[in-house]
Design a protein around this ligand. Structure first.
Ligand code: NAD
Length: 178
């Protein structure tokens, strides 16, 4: 199709945090274009997956704008999960521009793409103790300086969509369902 080298990063990005931003920058140092797959696009309004695919697309695109990353260098594509792991790479391939390098720290993602013969790279984890989606969500629930883990634009969107209130309500629902 063309001679651009493309890499793909698939993440639930619930929400995108400063570790994701650093890894996206690192990938863009290595490839011409990055495909950012918003994984588990069908999920939202759950404690582990609070934000919709649409909300996550806006978060990612605003972060990349805030970081002054050339919009010609990335694609943001929502990807629903499918029931069959063995078919998932084909599903991803069908939904995305052609790519040759897969970047992931997720063992299942790596295994599935290695089996299909892709180059799979394990990007460095930046301050993983604090920079993880689960830590962001935990801090939100415990009113504990979650903002320092997110870009300014993501904090703004969290306010617009009442993200903190949503997570707290989901947490109460989970407790009352137990
Ligand atoms: P995630 O948002 O937790 O992480 C995405 C990537 O970000 C990781 O691979 C890691 O490389 C990077 N990252 C995270 N924190 C970082 C940090 N501090 N520093 C540097 N990099 C960091 O997303 P995930 O859970 O790995 O997403 C995988 C997606 O693929 C899920 O949505 C999953 O459901 C989907 N999937 C689906 C199927 C299927 O449908 N059958 C199969 C496999 C995977």
């Amino acid at each position: 199709m063309d001679s651009k080298v493309r890499g793909i990063l698939i993440g639930r990005l619930q929400p995108i945090h400063k570790g994701h931003i650093q890894v996206i920058r690192k990938i863009l140092d290595e490839v011409d274009e990055i495909v950012i797959g918003i994984g588990s696009a069908q999920l939202s309004h759950e404690l582990k997956d609070p934000f919709t695919a649409g909300e996550r697309i806006v978060m990612v695109s605003q972060v990349l704008a805030e970081e002054n990353i050339d919009p010609g260098r990335y694609y943001i594509i929502p990807m629903e999960d499918i029931n069959y792991n063995a078919l998932w790479t084909a599903h991803v391939k069908m939904m995305t521009p052609p790519f040759s390098i897969v970047y992931s720290g997720n063992p299942l993602v790596k295994q599935l793409f290695i089996e299909e013969g892709y180059i799979v790279k394990n990007p460095p984890l930046y301050d993983r103790l604090h920079l993880s989606g689960s830590e962001v969500r935990r801090r939100i629930l415990e009113d504990e300086n979650w903002e320092e883990l997110l870009a300014d634009s993501t904090i703004e969107i969290m306010k617009e969509i009442n993200g903190v209130e949503r997570l707290k309500n989901l947490s109460e629902k989970e407790i009352s369902d137990m």
